[in-house]
Design a protein around this ligand. Structure first.
Ligand SMILES: Cc1cc2nc3c(=O)[nH]c(=O)nc-3n(C[C@H](O)[C@H](O)[C@H](O)COP(=O)(O)O)c2cc1C
Length: 504
C-alpha cells in the first residue's frame, strides 16, 4: 500500500517531470463538472438571502460566529452556505453556444470535482434526510429520507460538534473530474479545492451566526456508505457540522445500498491507482482509530526566534461584505508590477491566519502550516523572502533582494508569480505531521493549508487586490526557502497583487 509520503514524493512537479510528461488533454472526453442524479426530483432552494453586511476581513478572521443566530438552520440558511461556497456565481458564454459556469470558490482547472451533501435531522422547513446539493439548478435532491445523523456521530466517535449539529455538510471529490487534467496529482487537488470551498463556507457561516467546524476524523467506509458512493471513483473528504445545540440523534435507520443512477461523466474514465491507494492508506477503519487519531490533535507551537517586523494591519480597512467579495471574485489572469502596501499585506495575512476550527487542531491557534512569502513589490517592506511567525504576528526576513525571476520559475514558469506583488507559500513539516497524525495527517496538512490559501485569496479581493492559486515545482520551492524550510513539503501557493488587463 502506498504511504502518503510516497504519494507526495511521486506526485512532485520538477522541470524534468513536467517536460517528460506525455499527458495531453482529451477534450472529447472532458468530464462533466456536475454530478447529476437522473431519477431524483429537485427540491428548490431559496435564492433570496439578505446580505449579512459583515466585512469580509472580519468574517475571514472569525473562528466562531460573531453573534450566534442560527443554532437550527433552515432551508434558507443552508442555501446561503451552499451558494457562497459551491454555488454558480458567474457564467461565461463562449462562441458556439457553450457556457462556462464559474463557482463561488476557486478550483484547479475550473473542473469542479467537489460535491456537497447535507445530512440533517428535521429542520423547520426541510424534513430529515440525506441530500445532494446540485449547483446546476440550485436545488437539493434527497438520497435518503429519515434522520441519519447517528451514522455520522458513530463514524466520528461522537465528535461533540457532530453530535450536537442539526445538519452536517459532507464534501466529496469525484477523482476523474480532476484527474482528467491533472492525473495522480489530483489527490492533492481534492484538498486544495475542498479547502477553498471551506474558506468561503467558514467565513459565510461566521458572518451569518452559524456554528461551523472542520471534521476530518471519521470512519471513511461509514460516511461513504451513507452517501451511497462508488468509492473507486468518489470519496468523502471532510465533514462540516452546521448549527449547534441539537439533542443527540436517535440511532439511524439501517442503511440500504443506494445505487442511484447518475449521468455519465464522459465517454470513458481513466483510473489512477495512486489516488485510490493514497486514499486507502489515509483511511480510518473504526471509531477506535478515529478516537485515537483525534487525541493526537496538534497543540499551538511556542514562538520561534524573535522576529523583527510586526504586522501592521490597516486601521481603516475596506468594509466590503463577505458575500459581495465572493460574488465578484475571479482568479487574476495577469498582475501589474504596481506595489501593494505593507498595511494591505498585513491585513491579508492577519485575516487569513487567525486559525481554523478543526478536529485535528486542539485550538484554532494551532496549525500544521507555515507561511513563507516572496515580496516582489510591497511598499514599506524590503524586497526579499520572509516566513510568517504565527505566534508573534510578525515576519522574519530570510533573504533580501529581488526574486521576481525565481518566483516566475517556481510556479512552473508562469508569469503570474513573477508579476504578483507577493507570493504566499504554505509549507508543512510532513515528517512531524505524519509522525503525529499518521497518514491521515497528510489530508489535514493539505486541507488546512488550502483553507488558509483560500482565505488569503478572499482577503486579497476584500482589499481591492487580485489573487490566484498556482501550482509549483515542489523541491525547488523547498530549496528556495531553505535552510529555514529544509525538509518541508509545499502544500499551497497563492499570488496576490494589483490586477492588470490580460495581454491579448
Ligand atoms: C489551488 C489552485 C491552483 C491553481 N493553479 C493555477 C495555475 O497554476 N495557473 C493558473 O493560471 N491558474 C491556477 N488556478 C486558478 C484556476 O484556474 C481558477 O480558480 C479556475 O479557473 C476558476 O476560476 P475563478 O477562480 O476565476 O473562479 C489555481 C486555482 C487553485 C484554487
Amino acid at each position: 500500500m502506498t504511504s502518503l509520503r510516497e504519494y507526495h514524493d511521486r506526485t512532485k512537479h520538477s522541470a524534468v517531470s513536467v517536460r517528460s510528461n506525455q499527458h495531453f488533454l482529451d477534450w472529447a472526453n472532458q468530464p462533466l463538472p456536475f454530478k447529476v442524479y437522473t431519477t431524483l426530483d429537485p427540491i428548490a432552494l431559496p435564492r433570496d438571502f439578505a446580505p449579512s453586511n459583515v466585512p469580509a476581513l472580519e468574517a475571514l478572521a472569525a473562528t466562531a460566529p460573531r453573534e450566534p443566530r442560527h443554532a437550527l438552520p433552515d432551508r434558507r440558511a443552508l442555501a446561503r452556505l451552499l451558494h457562497f461556497s459551491a454555488g454558480i456565481t458567474r457564467k461565461k458564454p463562449y462562441p458556439g453556444g457553450q457556457v462556462m459556469y464559474f463557482r463561488a470558490a476557486a478550483c484547479t482547472g475550473a473542473l469542479y470535482h467537489i460535491d456537497l451533501y447535507v445530512v440533517c435531522g428535521d429542520l423547520p422547513d426541510l424534513p430529515a434526510g440525506v441530500y445532494h446539493f446540485s449547483p446546476q439548478d440550485f436545488s437539493l435532491r434527497r438520497l435518503r429520507a429519515g434522520d441519519y445523523r447517528g451514522v455520522l456521530v458513530d463514524a466520528t466517535a461522537a465528535e461533540p460538534s457532530i453530535a450536537g449539529a442539526p445538519a452536517v455538510i459532507v464534501c466529496t471529490s469525484t477523482f476523474w473530474r480532476n484527474a482528467w487534467k491533472y492525473q495522480a496529482r489530483a489527490y492533492r487537488h481534492c484538498f486544495w479545492d475542498n479547502g477553498t470551498i471551506l474558506a468561503n463556507l467558514l467565513a459565510v457561516a461566521a458572518a451569518d451566526g452559524v456554528a461551523a467546524r472542520v471534521v476530518l476524523g471519521f470512519v471513511d467506509d461509514a460516511v461513504n456508505g451513507l452517501l451511497g458512493l462508488d468509492t473507486q471513483r468518489e470519496v468523502a473528504l471532510s465533514l462540516v457540522p452546521v448549527g449547534d445545540g441539537a439533542t443527540l440523534p436517535q440511532p439511524a435507520p439501517a442503511l440500504t445500498p443506494l445505487n442511484l443512477p447518475t449521468q455519465q461523466l464522459s465517454d470513458h474514465e481513466v483510473d489512477y491507482p495512486l489516488i485510490r491507494e493514497a486514499h486507502a492508506a489515509s483511511s480510518l477503519a473504526t471509531a477506535e482509530e478515529v478516537r485515537h487519531w483525534r487525541s493526537a490533535a496538534v497543540t499551538p507551537r511556542s514562538p520561534a526566534a524573535p522576529s523583527a517586523i510586526a504586522l501592521q494591519p490597516l486601521k481603516d480597512p475596506p468594509q466590503r461584505s463577505i458575500e459581495d467579495v465572493i460574488l465578484h471574485r475571479g482568479s487574476s489572469r495577469r498582475f501589474a508590477h504596481t506595489p501593494i502596501g505593507f498595511g494591505q499585506l498585513s491585513s491579508a495575512v492577519y485575516a487569513a491566519t487567525r486559525g481554523v476550527p478543526a478536529d485535528f487542531l486542539q485550538t484554532p491557534a494551532a496549525s500544521l502550516a507555515d507561511c513563507y512569502l516572496i515580496d516582489n513589490a510591497v511598499d514599506g517592506l524590503a524586497l526579499g523572502t520572509y516566513v510568517f511567525d504565527h505566534e508573534r504576528d510578525a515576519l522574519e526576513q530570510l533573504k533580501t533582494g529581488d526574486f521576481r525571476r525565481q518566483a516566475g520559475f517556481l510556479d512552473l514558469g508562469q508569469e503570474l508569480a513573477a508579476d504578483a506583488a507577493v507570493d504566499f507559500y504554505l509549507l508543512a513539516d510532513l515528517d512531524r505531521v505524519l509522525a503525529r497524525l499518521g497518514d491521515r495527517g497528510y489530508r489535514a496538512a493539505q486541507l488546512e493549508s488550502a483553507i488558509i490559501g483560500g482565505k488569503l485569496y478572499l482577503a486579497s479581493y476584500a482589499l481591492g487586490l487580485g489573487a490566484t492559486g498556482l501550482t509549483f515545482f515542489d523541491d525547488d520551492v523547498t530549496q528556495f526557502f531553505s535552510p529555514h524550510a529544509a525538509g518541508k513539503g509545499v502544500m499551497f501557493l497563492v499570488a496576490t497583487g494589483v490586477p492588470a488587463r490580460r495581454r491579448i
